[in-house]
Design a protein around this ligand. Structure first.
Ligand code: RIB
Ligand code: CA
Length: 311
């Protein structure tokens, strides 16, 4: 079986960057494009981070496209406190000098590649879902062209922005509603599992020891997260890399199929992923939901995934 074609749609951010590196060196997949969306930080940073990251790591042939710089309907809010003012923590990558943004916007590039891949394309969606929703509205046949969406977002219980909503979904709940109801097969990797596995200093040290640019960058990002953690901020949680793990290392997760929809109105519930665990709504399951993670297996897998940059 050949490499699985993927597009990564992201709001690069610290954990997005680590997920992208895990995917770039994975021999199971072929990254066909990276598309950016407003999220962790303003779109001008998330898009530039993608361009800089790919040139820095030498992936000159992978197209990088700009996407939505604001949500369809939602909250224009950035997580500078978690990801730093430009999205990569305390790290500044060299500005891309050769690589330029693709001529097409994210939603059009996604559609073009989906047609080219004839139904085999998979999407790793690790930021707000605005680009995917726009693509579905512009090109309804996308739902027949995407094999699977692996997304980081939501939670069966709780939230990290409000008591009931996770950031990616909360930023653009209407987009998330459109995507989750699209009929495209999908897997939800939410806070229930992404907050149950944190990288540690020993992982960072072993990643750094591989001696590659990716290994050093990943270790620097992790070290930024350890400082953030020790100052009372978020732990070194690999939200986005875990969504990729669901696609290529599902053994580290326990998932169940449920019907899920997204609340895009409501004073206290906007952005809530309503996971119908008891079948109360009487609707067929529309996705697989990750419920448990084996922390040791996931963290070891991620460490090895980035160390693959050493060949
Ligand atoms: O809630 C965590 C998610 O929000 C992650 O994708 C992180 O990168 C931010 O986008
Ligand atoms: Ca993200």
């Amino acid at each position: 079986m050949g490499r699985r074609p993927f597009i990564i749609d992201c709001d690069t951010g610290t954990d997005d960057a680590i997920a992208i590196m895990a995917a770039l060196y994975c021999d199971q997949v072929e990254i066909k494009a990276i598309t950016s969306v407003n999220g962790n930080v303003a779109h001008k940073y998330t898009s530039q981070n993608n361009l800089d990251l790919l040139e820095y790591l030498g992936f000159d042939d992978i197209p990088v496209a700009k996407g939505a710089d604001r949500p369809m309907l939602g909250n224009f809010f950035h997580a500078d406190g978690t990801h730093g003012s430009t999205g990569l923590g305390s790290i500044t990558l060299p500005k891309a000098r050769k690589k330029t943004f693709d001529d097409q916007i994210a939603s059009e590039l996604i559609y073009r590649i989906a047609k080219e891949e004839k139904g085999e394309l998979e999407l790793l969606v690790i930021g707000p879902m605005t680009n995917i929703a726009i693509c579905l509205l512009e090109h309804p046949d996308l739902k027949d062209l995407v094999k699977h969406i692996w997304f980081m977002g939501g939670a069966v219980i709780g939230g990290n922005v409000t008591t009931t909503a996770e950031f990616n979904i909360w930023v653009d709940p209407l987009a998330a509603h459109i995507v989750t109801q699209s009929g495209i097969p999908q897997t939800m990797v939410g806070l229930d599992v992404t907050t149950a596995a944190a990288m540690k200093e020993e992982h960072s040290a072993r990643i750094r020891a591989c001696g590659t640019k990716a290994g050093t960058l990943c270790a620097d990002l992790l070290d930024y997260m350890f400082i953030r953690r020790d100052q009372g901020g978020e732990d070194a949680l690999m939200h986005d890399a875990m969504a990729f793990a669901a696609a290529v290392y599902p053994e580290c997760l326990e998932c169940k199929d449920y019907y899920v929809d997204v609340e895009y109105t409501g004073e206290y519930t906007k952005g809530h992923t309503a996971v119908d665990r008891r079948g109360k709504l009487g609707r067929p399951a529309n996705m697989s939901v990750a419920l448990k993670v084996d922390e040791d297996r996931f963290c070891s897998w991620l460490m090895d995934a980035v160390r693959k940059s050493a060949g």
